[in-house]
Design a protein around this ligand. Sequence first.
Ligand SMILES: [Zn+2]
Length: 529
Amino acid sequence: MRRTIRQEGLVDQGLLSRLRISVIGDQGGLRDSFMSMGEQLGASVLSEIVRSPDFTVYLGDEIVPECDCNYTRVILLDDGVRLTQDRKATTGEPSALQKGGFATIGAALAWQEILRVCRAILPVEIAKKYVTVNLRIDPTTLGEIHDIERDMILEAGDGSEIPFSVLKRDDGTGHKLIRARLEQDHELTDSLLNSLSFLRREMTEEGSLPSEIELRLPRAHGALSGSGIIAGVGGLGSWALDTLIKSFRDSSSSGEQTELSIIDPDLNIQIHNLNRQVLYKEEDLGMAKAEIAKHRLENSVDRITVTSYNEEIGTGSLQMLHDVVVHNGDSSEDISWAEDLDLLHGGSLLDEDFPEMCRASDFILCGVDNLRARAILCGISSEIGIPMINAGAQGFHGQFDLFTEGGSCMLCRYGLGVLSQSGPMSCQEDGEVPFGSIVTSTALFGAIEGLAMISILADGPSSLDEWPSQISWSGRKNTISVEYTPDFGMFARIFDASDDHSKHIREMVLGGLQEDSNEESVTSDMESS
Ligand SMILES: [Zn+2]
């Protein structure tokens, strides 16, 4: 499988690899971030001197000559980052704590600008490409063989076996169809599928105007210390931790009095993770994400304390936390009910020290890939009264949310839809259909999450009061919009207890579960009678 497979439904990979891109100048690590992201995208070799480039990126104070070519400037400000064509715009001096995060954001926005202006973005997102092969056979010629699926194999030229199904033809011929699905990264289908393009008949000129983007966040001042939970270290979480590592490095902080708990159930780093999950390298393939993330942190930050859990946050975690922390119960009590819950809704951290871990944390940073787990985490953060840093990125869209005490919760902002399980889906006809995912969106939002975490570790949770409560990005236009009101939410009015978010999250999360388990017992009663 190719590294870039997850982004190939979003961008014209062939065009992207042929683009001639020039990058000139540097400021505060922008150049390194830009270069490594280019590698992850599978973009062509970049160099200082390129004659008639398709796009030129000028970093920092670099002077832009008069020309009519495609370009953008990326500059770091005292408190943010800016993409502009303004030749006179001046740079600032970001805090050492935030420099790395702003450089990642600048690089991500610049690459998105290149994709957009050079028309490497596909007009429609293609969730999956595959080839279906049909062999119509006359089964009477099989002789002794009656079980085709057991006794025959479909073999590719390289000797590999391709799974198939057998379908009847009711057209009087007695024929059967042998049907096989060949995936996109199969040797036999690669050149065919890559030569097909799904395009608009007429290209429009709209959308090619250069973007002017400015993202400013409150400046961080203090020294890094504190503790927190990082749930999910995939596309988003790994960029958040990369941002934190750079912050420790650039501010020469030791990591003393910093404790992080990393939770991720993924035991198998795969090749297609490497194009957007920054912490992982080729030698980590097949390893557990939480463990590798822990090693990266410990190797980069001298005295940091990191614990890793290869587990999933489930409904049981929320209920246990409520019983133990809110009612001051004893965690050694019988928790068999929680195990029952988890039979229905996946595993969870039922470790005895989970409530203690939550109570000791200053924040939860959420980088999990399904909405329901996010809602559960939002409930947990609400129960113990600590902020939750949340983001989601899919295709060319992304959103960052801060859920703080006194602000609105996830249900109030997004409604009950967030309680539905969502994640990569699978069906018989199409096989696994993963979400399209690209480094420009995961790096952008992972870095913003990382900067929010740095703000808490440097200046305490109250520093988030100055932060936006929501940042949204539309990659097709490359625009960012920011919301500052912390208690906004169009769904807030449907909850009676709109003043107590932890209560209505818990009721909705566990209430839905109650209905599920009732249905289950009814079904099993009927079966046994
Ligand atoms: Zn709420």
